[in-house]
Design a protein around this ligand. Structure first.
Ligand code: MG
Ligand code: MG
Length: 268
């Protein structure tokens, strides 16, 4: 069942989403060779608690950390570890926060130092596919229009769109209905309307769309162990149009990029 949110609830959700946004901004400043994911995880937890919020992932499905940190061929759900980041790595940082009864959940994939231009293109196209998906989140459109836009853009660039993991409704529960696949057919699925809040999160692979699980039965990797990228925003429909509750502005500021602009995807 879909829980549509009123204006007041959407503002509370914006607060939770913005806490995650600022957390990602702090992490963005610290991403460099030699830093360990576990150190970044501690920073994130401290900051979130300082905001009077709780880490959204900690304890969920027995996950022991604040951040999911997924390096290179890891698609999502990676455990923060003690292995230092290396020049040329990419790492998806996915973060959740819970405050005032509502969750925020979003993610950014960072390059560590200088990265291969081919990998950089994967990040750019995945970010663009997120923006294209968000642009479809208008009243009157259909749910699969979002995935259709994401898939078109990713596949046009020769990439694989992960099928097994999807975006989701978000609110008082981290993962609410509906599921939001990153693929689909235009004009199919539930009609979108005001008050819908979704976490849209393309997971795009450089090679095959297929994924596999590591022996821990949790960490998701690409089937061919090529790189994968992941970006996520929380988006509400307000007055018929997408209202992005989270922001990459803090991340972009840390990376020296112009402010986020959904009409013109920013070049990473
Ligand atoms: Mg997430
Ligand atoms: Mg999510």
């Amino acid at each position: 069942m879909i829980h549509y949110k009123n204006r007041e609830e959407i503002e509370l959700m914006r607060e939770s989403a913005q806490i995650v946004s600022r957390t990602l901004g702090i992490i963005a400043k610290e991403i460099k060779p030699g830093v360990t994911p576990l150190e970044l995880d501690k920073l994130a937890e401290e900051y979130i608690r300082d905001q009077g919020a709780e880490p959204g992932f900690l304890g969920m499905y027995d996950f022991p950390n604040t951040l999911c940190m997924s390096r290179n061929e890891v698609v999502v759900h990676g455990y923060p570890d003690k292995k230092p980041l290396e020049e040329g790595d990419i790492i998806s940082v996915d973060c959740g926060a819970y405050k005032n009864g509502f969750y925020g959940d979003h993610a950014f994939t960072f390059g560590v130092g200088a990265i291969d231009p081919e990998v950089k293109k994967l990040l750019q196209v995945t970010l663009e596919s997120l923006y294209l998906g968000i642009a479809e989140m208008k009243a009157g459109n259909r749910l699969e229009d979002i995935g259709f836009a994401v898939q078109q853009h990713a596949e046009k660039n020769g990439y694989g769109v992960v099928r097994e993991l999807v975006g989701h409704g978000i609110g008082r529960v981290m993962h609410e209905d509906p599921q939001v696949p990153n693929y689909g057919r235009r004009g199919r699925g539930k009609k979108l309307k005001d008050g819908l809040v979704l976490a849209i999160e393309p997971m795009i692979n450089m090679g095959t769309h297929r994924v596999a699980y590591l022996p821990d039965n949790w960490t998701v990797v690409t089937g061919d162990r090529k790189h994968s990228a992941h970006f996520e925003h929380d988006v509400a429909i307000v007055d018929g149009k997408p209202d992005v509750l989270s922001t990459f502005d803090y991340v972009f500021e840390a990376l020296g990029l112009p402010k986020e602009d959904f009409s013109v995807p920013v070049k990473l």
